[in-house]
Every structure is written in structure tokens, then in C-alpha cells.
Design a protein around this ligand. Sequence first.
Ligand code: HPA
Length: 284
Amino acid sequence: MSPSAILQSRNVDEAADHIRSSFKPPFKFAVLTGTGSGESLSSLRVDGAMDYRDIPNFPRSTVPSHYGRLSAGKIAGQPVLLFQGRFHLYEGYTPQQVTFPIRVMQALGVEVLIMTNAAGGLNPLFSIGDIMIIADHINLTGANPLAGPNHDAWGERFPEMTHAYHWRLQELAQSASRHLEVGVQKGIYAGLLGPSLETPAEMRFLKRMGADAVGFSTVMETIAAVHGGIQVLALSVITNLCLPDAPSSSSVDEIIGVAHQAAPHLEAIVIDVIERLDTESDEL
Ligand code: HPA
């Protein structure tokens, strides 16, 4: 193992040990929230919480709309770790820092990761406020958390990405949305570096390559999670529409406002999925 991989692995273990010393295992489910939905999952029966800054080696969230807090609790009797706040490449973090929480989850034995994010809608059938189940992604960041020497204990050199977003979890999210009567879309998420928003030419390009939504997060975490054997469900809130032929500017405040409004629906789906997993987990 390379010296940097040894250091990374040691840092992850230290963080995991700290979490284990404060919260009781098992840690089966993790939820990682994104823009504007940091405070959601109010129905988590919280057993304990800690700030990211108190976890050894954990990066700090620099984005105002992102909390930096880890809570442990229960939903439907299932143990859930809630990571409120994520790290982005556009903040200047390396792919390894962005995926540090995922490696900590892996060290803690997390089996299922549910992520949320805010995204711009490219599909003309989408409306502002829609929730999109991510069926697949296109990594356009130019980065990959697995570049460099492979840490074999974490996963294989060339992990499969044909089912990066677990099909059964997608089905459960769809069933949950029907049950809750919350309309959802399904689509492809294009992950960009950011932070500058897309030009009309880029929007056109992304649409033509088959993307339904675009954002600056999630793909690094998904790649690391799949590498580490964690099953992934990811849900985007469509906070604005990317219309290359009628471009309109959307402010960050508007984007956060829409994400806030959609948060209860997102939360209801996440809870419903965890409840369904409770009864179906053996089948996954
Ligand atoms: N582009 C990138 N990220 C985003 C957008 C967008 O239009 N909306 C919300 N997050």
C-alpha cells in the first residue's frame, strides 16, 4: 500500500473509532443530505449527535447551506446514521476528502446509503420541485476517487458501475412515492465540477448526451460507495430548469428555497424506503 493510502486508511479508522465510541452499533443505513435539506429527517429518533469538527480527520463543510453534523438514531426501528452536509470538489477538496465520509461509513459496516442533492433539470418534462430518482450518472468532473493506487481492502481495482444505483432501492423509492402520492421522475444525473453554473451551450450538450439533471455532487460518493460494497439510492430535487433556448438565471437562494420546500417530500420517501427495507432487507 502506498504511504498516502496507509495514511488515508488510518485516518478513516480513527474517525470510525471515534464514532463507534460515541454511538452504539450496528450502523446499517446511512443518509447523506445535500443542499437545503440538511435539516431534514426530523423524524429520526436521535440517540446522539456530533459536529463534523469533533470527528478526527473529518473535513469541514464550507458551504452555508450544508450543516456539518452527524446524528445517530432510529427510523422504523432501524439504526440510521445521518450525515448532514457533504463535501464538494468545487470547494477545493480532493476526491479522497469528498469521499472520506463514505469510507468511514464502510469502516462502520454501513450497507445502504441514501443520498439527496439539488440539481438543475435538463429534461423538458421536468418541473421545478420535482424529485428525481437517479438511475445512473455521467461523471464529467474529470476526477475519480479511485484514481491512484487501489486500496484492496476497500474494494477492487476496476469496480463494475453497471448498477451503481441499486435497482431494488430505486424500485422501493418508486413504491414509496406512489404510496405517499408524491410524483417522482427517474433519470440520469450529470456530475460536473462546478461551481460556475452551466452555459446554454453546456446545457444543450448535456441534454444531447442523455442527462436529465445536472449537479455538482454525488458521483464521487457513489463511485466510492460502490467500490466499497455499499448499496446506493440517490434522490435529486430539481431546483431550477436549465433551458438553453430561454436561459434564465437562478440564484443560489432560489435553489436553496426550492430544496427546502421539497425537503418534507424527500424525507417522507427516505423514511418509507427505510421502513420497506426493514421488512425486505433479506432480499437485497
Ligand atoms: N447546475 C448545477 N448544480 C445545481 C443546479 C444547476 O443548475 N441546480 C442545483 N444544483
